[in-house]
Design a protein around this ligand. Sequence first.
Ligand code: TYD
Length: 145
Amino acid sequence: MKIKDDVVLMKFDQLGDSRGHLVVIEGTKDIPFEIARIFYIYGSDNDIIRGQHANKESEFVLINVSGKSKVRIKYGDYEKIIELNEPHMGVYIPKMIWKEMFDFSKDSVLLVLSNLKYNPNEYIRDFNQYLKEKNKGEYTYENKS
Ligand code: TYD
């Protein structure tokens, strides 16, 4: 389900049998990019807000492989909260989308896949700076074919 400007809610196939489930994610097949980096976030209290940044280059898929959390995405004035609460659901977040992760359950393990290795210089951690960069018009997804 497309949410806004290429933020996409994804449901992955649940493989498996009577022994349990298995989810497979292959780069460029099940998600829109090759995977260069994975990291995961856990042990955050439910009053903690993580993220609070946009990326000039990195794209992400976020999956709560255990527990649940919420992701607030902002694209300019647009704002939406997505709850990640199943191990076979994810959200694809393209570059230049502001994101905040919050409301972590105690058992939350939030897995993040990215198309690029870590580069702190491509993170925008100031919301006004993000708006300024976005409004330069170099990141207009509406025009993407
Ligand atoms: P940060 O981006 O603040 O985490 P979050 O977005 O979840 O709130 O990163 C926390 C720390 O980890 C910070 O010191 C940078 C470091 N880090 C890496 O070294 N590599 C990575 O790929 C990421 C995502 C973070």
